[in-house]
Design a protein around this ligand. Structure first.
Ligand code: NAD
Length: 302
């Protein structure tokens, strides 16, 4: 049966965007947040976003705030959790969801890095429990990683993949529940080397960003890294690996430069500086640049 009713638990940055993605594709969404003001504001927030994107704002009417978690999930075919990244909180929320949802409902966590198997450990019925890792902003970024945890059924994974493809997303099947799934592992492998280059004095942070944006960053959305390896040849890739891999950073934990920045309160744009210094105007310019870039992709293609 094709799922028609979606419930989203947590109406923050990710939850409201996930609700927008489903509502924009014509599905009914009920959404609950522990904060009454936040849940009440969701339809207005989505309407504003749809207007900014030039999409039909009427989709916001398909999103209904629910006063309780139980009311939000009672009739849902699919429940997606997007509460803060805290294992104990997520386990409590899934215990409540399991008690109130229909036995056939698919249950998914939007955690960024916590293993799904740990989040779902207390559930009585694990076949329907999985990860759906959306990317911010979820109504604009196509990819959703569908994570098969210990006990997740194949048919349930297929049903989730079909649902997401049906609303225009690009779901991928993550066959093992590894920390960071696929996308965040790749992203953080690059971040570690980027930080290591600055820490070693090879270049400053602005130069790292310029190198990426003005070189392979230009190709990345049309040429994946392994397509690129095949394009240049696996023999060339092997030769380069023989020269360079031994010198890449392999520190097992966070690098001291990052630890020092956080200890010094340099938390990035929100505190005026992180790896680089940021005025509020510069930080806003970065946000606008990103939003404009994402808007160039057809919203109906996401
Ligand atoms: N922010 C990102 O870029 C991003 C990307 C991918 C995945 N994620 C993951 O998505 C999840 C949500 O992240 P976010 O950035 O939307 O967080 P957020 O802080 O913006 O939103 C979380 C919401 O959950 C609500 N909440 C807290 N406890 C609750 C409860 N018991 N019941 C219902 N609602 C509750 C909060 O009031 C808040 O509105 C996290 O697991 C995060 O790691 C975030």
């Amino acid at each position: 049966m094709q799922p028609k009713r979606i419930a989203v638990i947590g109406a923050g940055l990710m939850g409201h965007g996930i609700a927008q993605a489903f509502a924009g594709a014509g599905l009914a969404v009920s959404i609950h947040d522990a904060d009454p003001a936040r849940r009440a504001g969701v339809p207005g927030r989505i309407r504003e976003s749809l207007e900014q994107l030039g999409a039909d704002p009427a989709a916001a009417d398909r999103v209904t705030p629910a006063d309780t978690l139980a009311a939000a999930v009672a009739d849902a075919d699919v429940v997606i959790e997007a509460v803060p990244e805290d294992l104990e909180l997520k386990k409590r929320v899934f215990a409540e969801i399991e008690a109130a949802a229909r036995p056939s409902a698919l249950l998914a966590s939007n955690t960024s890095v916590i293993p799904i198997t740990q989040i779902m450990a207390g559930l009585a019925h694990r076949r329907r429990a999985m990860g759906t890792h959306w990317w911010n902003p979820p109504h604009q970024i196509p990819l959703v990683e569908v994570v098969q945890a210990e006990g997740t059924g194949d048919a349930e994974i297929e049903a989730m993949m079909a649902l997401l493809a049906g609303i225009g997303k690009k779901p991928v099947h993550v066959r093992r529940d590894v920390p960071g799934f696929i996308g965040n592992r790749l992203q953080h492998a690059m971040w570690r080397e980027a930080i290591a280059l600055v820490q070693a004095g090879v270049c400053d942070a602005a130069t790292v960003d310029e190198v990426v944006k003005e070189s392979f960053g230009r190709r990345l959305s049309v040429l994946g890294p392994l397509e690129n390896a095949d394009l240049v040849g696996t023999d060339l890739t092997l030769m380069v690996h023989r020269y360079v891999l031994h010198d890449l950073d392999r520190t097992p934990g966070p690098l001291p430069l990052l630890e020092d920045l956080v200890a010094a309160g340099r938390l990035g744009m929100k505190t005026g500086g992180g790896f680089r210094d940021w005025t509020e105007a510069e930080a806003q310019a970065v946000r606008t640049r990103l939003a404009d870039h994402l808007c160039r992709f057809d919203v109906h293609d996401t």
